[in-house]
Design a binder for this molecule. Structure first.
Ligand code: GRG
Length: 324
């Protein structure tokens, strides 16, 4: 049971909430990514991390931290305690986009409305800048998280960040994605809807869901959330992760390059296995509506504080109905 009711949608200014949290995250990233030598490496890193992006994962991390009801820390101290982790998540996310855009993977020219990293700095630097970000993310959680959080929790959170990013998470999911690319027809002919769904979920849970789930879990964990709250947050964020990727697949067919900031129509062209390529647009929208309800129900069962409950609701809907 919630101790305070979720703020009504009309009194909660979600746009302002997003803008404030984004500003906080970007200020902090700017400090962590202070340019050094070699110049080209840091230029490439700063180009991909600092310029653009919704910051949804980092905001999710801050929001679940604020959702933990505790007397020890103020809201400002809570944000300070989780900002390093939120920024580390953005570093991992940015590096995954940089690597995903490389010619050996998606071979994209456009990202966040600008030329992709390798188009500006070359493939070798884009690859190496991504590698550097991967390590910098771990270093950031380990060395920048303040002493208000105990070291055992910091190490546990760093370990989970590695798991969510690696073979059991994002990298593994991307490999499944590669393996099934080009097999849309084979799917339709050989397997029923249920098995298509489970394969899609395998891809989505790894490629996109693992980092989103980590984002929600880590904020609450760093703030000492109870096992019960963490379990509830996991349930919610699993739905959010799936919905986020399905919405992304839908935008690939309904969006345009201007609003998306990236090239649309790539999934169809590559014959990728997505909800849209397997089931069509209408069924995809139905699935998103169903996931929205599932996510909202998961939130109703969470024991969390006022504004954060409203923010989590709105983050779910934003992930589903966004235009980029
Ligand atoms: C992690 C070592 C390592 C390598 C990367 C390439 C790869 C392995 C994984 C691909 C992960 C990927 C690109 C998944 C798609 C996730 C997705 C829908 C990204 C778009 O996220 P948004 O919309 O982007 O949040 P913005 O630009 O708003 O930040």
């Amino acid at each position: 049971m919630r101790t305070e009711p979720a703020q009504s949608q009309s009194t909660f200014d979600f746009e302002r909430y997003l803008a404030e949290k984004r500003a906080l995250i970007e200020q902090e990233l700017d400090i962590y990514l202070l340019a050094k030598e070699p110049k080209i490496l840091w230029e490439s890193i700063r180009y991909s991390v600092l310029e653009g992006g919704k910051r949804l994962r980092a905001i999710l991390c801050l929001t679940t931290a604020l959702a933990v009801i505790q007397e020890k820390l103020s809201a400002d101290e809570t944000l300070k305690a989780v900002l390093p982790c939120a920024c580390a998540i953005e570093m991992i996310h940015a590096m995954s986009l940089m690597h995903d855009d490389l010619p050996s993977l998606d071979n994209d020219d456009l990202r966040r409305g600008k030329p992709t990293n390798h188009k500006v700095y070359g493939e070798a630097i884009a690859l190496l800048a991504g590698d550097a970000l991967l390590m910098l993310a771990c270093e950031t959680v380990l060395t920048r998280t303040p002493k208000t959080v105990d070291m055992e929790t910091i190490v546990l959170v760093t370990n989970e960040l590695c798991r969510a990013t690696g073979a059991d998470g994002m990298v593994g999911g991307r490999v499944y994605d590669l393996e099934f690319t080009g097999r849309v027809d084979q799917f339709r002919m050989q397997e029923g809807i249920a098995s298509d769904t489970s394969t899609l979920e395998l891809i989505h849970r790894g490629k996109t869901g693992a980092l989103i789930k980590f984002s929600a879990w880590s904020g609450a964990k760093l703030m000492g959330a109870s096992q019960n709250l963490l379990k509830g947050i996991d349930k919610f964020s699993e739905v959010l992760g799936l919905a986020f990727q399905i919405a992304d697949d839908l935008l690939d067919v309904t969006g345009d390059a201007n609003s998306l900031g990236k090239t649309p129509g790539k999934d169809q062209a590559a014959n990728k296995v997505t909800w849209v390529t397997l089931f069509g647009e209408e069924e995809t929208r139905n699935r998103l509506k169903h996931l929205e309800q599932e996510g909202l129900t998961a939130l109703d069962n969470l024991d969390c504080a006022g504004e954060s409950a409203s923010a989590l609701r709105r983050l779910l809907q934003y992930a589903i109905y966004r235009s980029n």
